[in-house]
Design a protein around this ligand. Sequence first.
Ligand code: PLP
Length: 200
Amino acid sequence: MAAPAMESLAVTALRSVMLRVQQATERSGRNADQIRVVAVSKTKPVSLIRQVYDAGHRCFGENYVQELVEKAPQLPDDIEWRFIGRLQSNKVKMLLSKSGVEPSGCVELAKHVKLGCPNLEFSGLMTIGMLDYSSTPENFETLSNCRIEVCKALGIAEEQCELSMGMSGDFEQAIEMGSTNVRIGSTIFGPREYPKKQAN
Ligand SMILES: *Cc1c(COP(=O)(O)O)cnc(C)c1O
């Protein structure tokens, strides 16, 4: 009898992440279907993404347009791709900033998107906590407060404004602080390797 195929590291890691997400979700008093887990596959090969897809995951995130347009056609089309990078097109010149604003500018930016950009749909706010995690709770609290202000200014319910916060090192904390969307890369796919010259 053949031994069962060994599960790939990425699939094992995915299952562990999903369990941790579920537990954090329960601690936050919400349901697992209220949290989206974006598997961030930037720099990772299609074969590895395919393993995670075959394990049942459907939502993947990429940071670079070029990578996304190369990989997406090689993978099943029921994948929900999320672009989480900075927009580089000149077409976003009208935005106050293409890579984010200070918290004090969030209301103005959200209003501009909602009222002044007919081809954009305002769906929520995203942050990346400090990379050394020194002020993660403050960063997440700041984004939550931004949501309160933005929703008040736009006259929308808080459920209509997503909070995208939480990555490999802090996703459980983010969920406990109200995140609706976590973006998890290296904990699922392993550490990323960048070509030496790239500063990223
Ligand atoms: C790369 C990236 C992630 C994933 O980071 P990990 O620490 O590997 O989980 C999440 N969000 C954004 C915006 C990213 O660029």
